[in-house]
Design a protein around this ligand. Structure first.
Ligand code: NAP
Length: 308
């Protein structure tokens, strides 16, 4: 399905918003792109990077006459954005978001959406640990999944159009209900980030190992956690607060499984340890087979002799 909009408004122009801007321009998906962000500083940078055609710090102003509005702000800011844009949205506009949690975003935005717009929440499963308008790049969504969480009564034509938009960016699109999304993402994304934040914090607190040793020997495993643990603190604070139940459930499961491993180590139960490590190795193979990562050793990092 070919999609082209007269006007797309991007509210929030950080990593995700700016990556969308690059792709919309590159693929000619809109005749005009309006960029809105809260601070004058970020707006100025977006303009320097030529991410849109018009720029404003007023979201209400930005959404006027837009056919597609994409909200890319930390999930905790969803309600205030919805309130701000509600009265100036065009009849028939599609309003969507990219937030990492879905039930909370819907609860925050849906009540403020007028009947004459189509609100369909979404979440591209693509990103990096960087943030801000300089962090975005064309092709971020290529080959990645985007999950849409339509509600009962969502207009099928609007849904098809939004699906077409993400497909035009090279994404594969799935639909599921918001609660299910939040559960799935709690295990595949939120828990790994929390583990990373925690392990890096623990290493930082250790008094018996100096900081320079932690950094010096980090290639033995630690540094792979530091990428996740370098993710945006505001975004991840909001994810924790807005997917609380699913995250707490996954953390409880994780703690139980960790206790099992701890016990196996204490009692020298090598067979149990080996069985677990064999099972997890197969998961890595499945991820590579599904095209969600490359098969290169060490995530494809160049090694000194390879560079020559
Ligand atoms: P980001 O790079 O930190 O950019 C955030 C944007 O939101 C900026 O334009 C910022 O404006 C604005 N903003 C921040 N706080 C706000 C507030 N309280 N009210 C209104 N606007 C506010 O963030 P991002 O990584 O693009 O993430 C945006 C959304 O995408 C989040 O909901 C996140 O959960 C989701 N997401 C992120 C990733 C990822 O890997 N990063 C992946 C998938 C989905 P100013 O700079 O002008 O203050």
């Amino acid at each position: 399905m070919t999609v082209q909009f007269d006007r797309i408004t991007l509210i929030g122009i950080g990593l995700i918003g700016s990556s969308l801007a690059h792709d919309i321009k590159r693929l000619g998906l809109a005749k005009e792109v309006v960029v809105a962000t809260r601070s004058a500083e970020t707006l100025k940078r977006a303009e320097e990077l030529q991410l849109g055609d018009r720029y404003t710090t007023s979201s209400a102003e930005a959404v006027k006459d837009a056919d597609l509005v994409i909200v890319s702000v930390p999930v905790g800011a969803s309600e205030s954005v919805a309130k701000e844009i509600a009265s100036t949205l065009k009849h028939g506009a599609i309003v969507t978001d990219v937030g990492s949690t879905k039930a909370s975003v819907i609860a925050q935005m849906q009540p403020h959406m007028p009947d004459h717009v189509h609100f369909i929440a979404g979440h591209p499963i693509a990103g990096t640990e960087k943030s801000g308008p300089d962090a975005g790049f064309p092709g971020l969504f290529e080959g990645r999944w985007c999950i849409l969480t339509p509600l009962e009564g969502t207009d099928p034509v609007a849904l098809k159009t939004l699906r077409g938009f993400w497909e035009a960016l090279g994404s594969r699109v799935d639909e599921m209900d918001a609660q299910h999304h939040d559960k799935v993402l709690a295990i595949v994304s939120h828990l790994p980030h929390l583990i990373a934040y925690n392990i890096v914090g623990t290493a930082d607190d250790l008094e018996t190992v100096t900081e320079s040793e932690v950094i010096k020997y980090s290639a033995s495993g630690f540094r792979d956690f530091t990428r996740l643990a370098a993710s945006d603190p505001t975004m991840w604070r909001d994810v924790c607060l807005h997917n609380r139940d699913a995250i707490l459930e996954m953390l409880a499961r994780f703690s139980e499984d960790l206790a099992y491993l701890q016990r196996a180590i204490r009692w020298g139960e090598g067979d149990k340890i080996f069985e677990l490590f064999t099972r997890t190795r197969a998961i890595r193979r499945s991820i590579v087979q599904a095209g969600q990562d490359v098969d290169a050793p060490d995530f494809g990092r160049p090694h000194p002799l390879e560079k020559k």
